[in-house]
Design a protein around this ligand. Structure first.
Ligand SMILES: *Cc1c(COP(=O)(O)O)cnc(C)c1O
Length: 412
């Protein structure tokens, strides 16, 4: 009989979102009249910007004309899109990133997992706790971990707790790690990193020959001019960091699918024989072999994000979600809850009331006020005692959810 990849059997059975769905469905079935408001899964709710839609409509027309029809595009993405990204997202911020170092893809979720293809099996890997579960599970699937303990922590991974005690920035490890996943603005905590904090990480990585995987999916939510949007704003990052970006959360492309990964040509790691190899070459080879590019239509839609109208429309979306986050922050604070994040990020990280676990609070919110959030413990052991509320929803739903919560949970 054929053999499976046994690493999949190490994955924890109850992945967070299916378990949430199970509890919500059970509640909805027992209470068919309940008007449930979902502030749980991190998906956008506002429609695509008009500029992106118009560009995609035009691109569909192109595909219907023999002279403008496109077949397979470059595996790395079209040059016109990569140039715009290099200019607007990097060079305009003083980051020396060239268009040739940008790889267009259909998502950061897959890129953060696929990147492991070009790394060896004997790397020491660090993740924050709590963490975006994709980083952990893809390492489990790749065979980079042992089994999970009863707290859900996998043998072989280094967990860096991010909690109120360290202001939600991971402490630089004392030991040497080879690969480090960082996500700022952070999902799930909504925390941000200062330039000084990222400089500490870059210095650490350069001193130890480590590679930082920097997930900047939420950079568009940064409004504080002092905060860095890209790791490449940090001196030395070109020698130690890969950055992941996505059009999902800024331009609402979660269902349209377009993202990018930056692999600087100066980035190197060691081969078995001790020689240093350019990671750009490996990632280029990997993408050329296993990926055939993002649809022309979608890349035209992504390009429109950089037009003046597109920029204004994306700013409008960000402003809308950040206003939701402000309403959530203010109302939950007024209810006496301790909250973090939600200022330069679409997530508010709530301390659960005294004596309630993350799942207790989840059940109470669901049962008493019919509001769904995400238990912090689902993102890692150090997330226990916290709860994530997402600002991705309509104004009406956010306001109604907050009215219900303040009415039932007021601790003041
Ligand atoms: C939403 C999100 C992404 C984006 O994923 P896509 O596959 O591009 O939609 C990446 N990282 C984090 C932490 C996210 O929350």
């Amino acid at each position: 009989m054929a053999r499976i990849n046994d690493n999949y059997l190490k994955l924890k059975a109850g992945y967070l979102f299916p378990e949430i769905a199970r509890r919500v469905n059970a509640f909805a079935e027992a209470n068919p009249k309940a008007n449930i408001i979902r502030l749980g899964i991190g998906d956008v709710t506002e429609p695509l910007p008009e500029a992106c839609r118009q560009a995609m409509i035009q691109a569909v027309q192109d595909m219907g004309e023999r002279s403008r029809f496109k077949g397979y595009g470059p595996e790395q993405g079209y040059a016109w899109l990569r140039e715009k990204i290099a200019q607007h997202d990097f060079q305009a911020r003083g980051c020396a990133i060239d268009a040739s170092e940008i790889f267009i893809s259909d998502g950061s979720k897959c890129d953060t997992g696929n990147i492991l293809d070009i790394f060896g099996k004997d790397n020491k890997i660090a993740v924050t706790d709590p963490v975006y579960p994709v980083y952990v599970d893809t390492n489990v699937m790749a065979g980079n971990t042992g089994d999970a303990n009863d707290r859900g922590e996998y043998d072989g991974l280094v967990y860096l707790p991010i909690t109120a005690e360290n202001n939600f920035t991971a402490q630089i490890p004392n030991e040497k790690v080879d690969l480090i996943y960082l996500c700022f603005p952070n999902n799930p905590t909504g925390a941000t990193a200062t330039k000084a904090h990222l400089q500490d990480w870059v210095n650490y990585a350069k001193a130890h020959g480590s590679i930082i995987f920097f997930d900047a999916a939420y950079e568009a939510f940064i409004t504080d001019p002092e905060l860095p949007h890209s790791i490449y704003e940090i001196e030395g990052a070109r020698d130690c960091a890969i950055e992941f970006r996505s059009f999902s959360k800024n331009a609402g492309f979660t269902g349209t699918r377009c993202a990018l990964t930056v692999v600087p040509k100066t980035l190197k790691a060691k081969a078995q024989d001790g020689s240093e190899v350019e990671l750009w070459k490996l990632w280029n080879r990997r993408q050329s072999t296993k990926f055939n590019g993002v649809s022309y239509i979608v890349q035209r839609g992504a390009e429109a994000v950089y037009s003046p109208e597109g920029q204004a429309q994306v700013q409008g979306l960000i402003k809308f979600y950040l206003e939701n986050a402000t309403i959530i922050r203010e109302q939950l604070s007024a209810a006496g809850l301790t909250i973090y994040g939600g200022i330069n990020a679409p997530y508010v990280w709530v301390k659960t009331p005294e004596g309630l676990s993350s799942w207790d609070f989840f059940d109470q919110l669901l049962e008493k006020v019919n509001v769904v959030g995400t238990p912090g413990s689902g993102f890692g052991a150090a997330g226990e005692g916290y709860f994530r509320i997402s600002a991705f929803n309509s104004r009406e739903n956010v306001e109604e959810a907050m009215r219900r919560i303040t009415a039932k949970f007021s601790l003041t």
